[in-house]
Design a protein around this ligand. Structure first.
Ligand SMILES: *Cc1c(COP(=O)(O)O)cnc(C)c1O
Length: 394
């Protein structure tokens, strides 16, 4: 099919919930993707931080195809090897104790919310169930994770939302401290707010929040759905903050392009969800788990060690361009927000995509880059050339 035919079918048969860019993508290679007519794009989005090992990675393909031919799925009523191996590796890499596998970011956060509420219930009885989240956060699209999301624009149409969430401004410790009453079982934060605009939380603030949570026996949940699995330069972003969360959620890049999510629990929380309290038909699916193990192999094989350097390379190159439209740079590692004038970011992103550079917008003013972690300098340069061209023309 050509691009036009694909778009027609989409329009007729798919619920129009997405404002799609006018490009159809049929294949990829490294950090490049192609439309049906053979037009090339440099990918600085990796499917919103998902295809973290790029396209056509031989190790990843071998792991997925081998597991697909061996055993694609069996229910969680049986033991499987790929998910157990993956869980052990995730615990060793994070210092947490146990994993529950889900299929997406929102589902992982749902699992974390359930875990936190049950912790409060088991230890303090009914009533200790509120969760404090940050204004401008994003935690997913289910009814409860929309409620957890601290942005009014997401609290529309679908009432009643799940009760029990309180919102405080990011980086305001006093506000958080006064919100943490004895009805609160957890604080849920992103360390770099992705959808909210690539806002990096202050280190001192995060350390204080972590200490307050420990002191009050309030669980600290870090949503690493976007920041995790190498994206910000350490395996999990919390590791560059020097804190130890009670619960960490992951998804997006974890399996390099297949749907998977994970809830990681520490010492306090590892045994809260017992038999029958939580489940998922597809959770820990063998193909997804094999893919995730391949992603970890690739990251450990030298890719993770270069993430910070590549991020700095991109930031330096953009600074050197001295583009008047670029008002600032935010982010960590290969999670980068280029600040432009408020509300001009979406049209800039559209122009970049039209010109052959895939990227996404974030918050009120950011052009967001989440390139594959395996991106090469040559691919970065090619993408930044397009960026320079578009930003010096407008
Ligand atoms: C994308 C995202 C989610 C939601 O993930 P889905 O897989 O779309 O459900 C949750 N939290 C954060 C921080 C995200 O970036």
């Amino acid at each position: 099919m050509n691009s036009g035919q694909i778009k027609e079918l989409d329009k007729e048969y798919i619920m129009q919930t997405y404002g799609r860019f006018p490009a159809a993508v049929t294949r990829g290679d490294g950090a490049r993707v192609y439309d049906p007519e053979g037009r090339e794009y440099i990918d600085f989005s990796s499917g919103i931080g998902v295809t973290s090992v790029g396209y056509g990675n031989k190790k990843w393909i071998a792991a997925v195809t081998e597991q697909a031919s061996r055993l694609p799925h069996i229910s969680n009523l049986f033991y499987t090897e790929p998910s157990t191996v993956l869980a052990k590796r995730l615990c060793e890499l994070s210092g947490l104790k146990k994993v529950f596998f889900s299929n997406s970011g929102a589902e992982s956060n749902e699992g974390a919310i359930k875990l936190a509420r049950k912790y409060g219930f088991d230890k303090y009885g009914a009533g200790r169930n509120r969760i404090v989240t940050l204004i401008n956060s994003f935690h997913g699209r289910t009814i409860s994770t929309l409620a957890a999301t601290g942005q009014e624009s997401f609290h529309n149409f679908f009432h009643p939302f799940t009760d029990g969430f309180d919102y405080v401004p990011a980086d305001d410790f006093e506000a958080l401290k006064s919100a943490v009453s004895d009805k609160v079982c957890a604080v849920l934060i992103e360390l770099v707010q992705g959808e909210g605009g690539v806002n990096v939380l202050d280190k001192d603030y995060v350390r204080k929040v972590s200490e307050l949570c420990a002191e009050k026996d309030v669980l600290l949940i870090v949503d690493e759905v976007q920041t995790g699995i190498g994206r910000t330069g350490t395996f999990f972003c919390f590791q560059c903050y020097g804190i130890k969360p009670d619960i960490v959620t992951a998804a997006k890049g974890i399996a390099g392009g297949l749907p998977m999510g994970a809830v990681l629990a520490g010492e306090k929380t590892e045994n809260v969800l017992g038999a029958g309290t939580h489940a998922s038909t597809f959770g820990g699916n063998p193909i997804c788990a094999a893919a995730a193990n391949a992603v970890l192999d690739i990251l450990e094989g030298g890719v993770l060690a270069e993430v910070t350097e590549k991020g700095e390379y991109i930031r330096e190159k953009i600074s050197e361009m001295k583009l008047p439209k670029v008002l600032g740079l935010r982010g960590l590692g290969l999670m980068i927000g280029v600040a432009v004038a408020e509300n001009s970011h979406k049209s800039i992103v559209s122009k970049l995509v039209e010109s052959g550079l895939l990227c996404i917008s974030a918050g009120k003013d950011a052009v967001r880059f989440l390139p594959p972690l395996t991106i090469t300098c040559e691919e970065i340069d090619a993408g930044l050339e397009i960026f320079r061209g578009v930003l010096s023309e407008i």
